[in-house]
Design a protein around this ligand. Structure first.
Ligand code: SF4
Ligand code: SF4
Length: 106
């Protein structure tokens, strides 16, 4: 069994000396504008967006997808929902400059 905290161990993020809390370097400045758009008329209810969103921001309701209301504060801007939607019901653009996910320089 590997030691905890070592490279490849249970809690490893790359070895003790190199461990960096990546989330401490990131801040989210919520956009005042929407940047993920759903065209509900095109939604076929396949559920791909629900399955793929790493932040669990999509739900199915009445056979169609729904995006969480507060998504702008949580979305990591991966664009997976846009890529996974074969029906073309999801559109994605990055949030306006100065908002969204930003790296802090330590
Ligand atoms: S861009 Fe990524 S995190 Fe944001 S809603 Fe789409 S799948 Fe979820
Ligand atoms: S991936 Fe597209 S078609 Fe499938 S449920 Fe989501 S929005 Fe609807």
């Amino acid at each position: 069994m590997r030691e905890k905290g070592k490279r490849g161990g249970e809690d490893s993020r790359g070895g003790d000396e190199l461990a960096v809390d990546r989330f401490a370097l990131v801040e989210v400045i919520p956009s005042g504008r929407d940047f993920v758009f759903l065209d509900a008329e095109r939604c076929t209810g396949c559920g791909n967006c629900v399955a793929i969103c790493p932040m669990d921001l999509w739900r199915m309701r009445g056979g169609r997808a729904e995006l969480a209301e507060g998504y702008r504060e949580v979305c990591v801007e991966c664009g997976s929902c846009f890529i996974a939607c074969e029906a073309g019901a999801v559109d994605f653009t990055y949030p306006p400059g100065g908002t969204g996910v930003a790296y802090r320089y330590a």
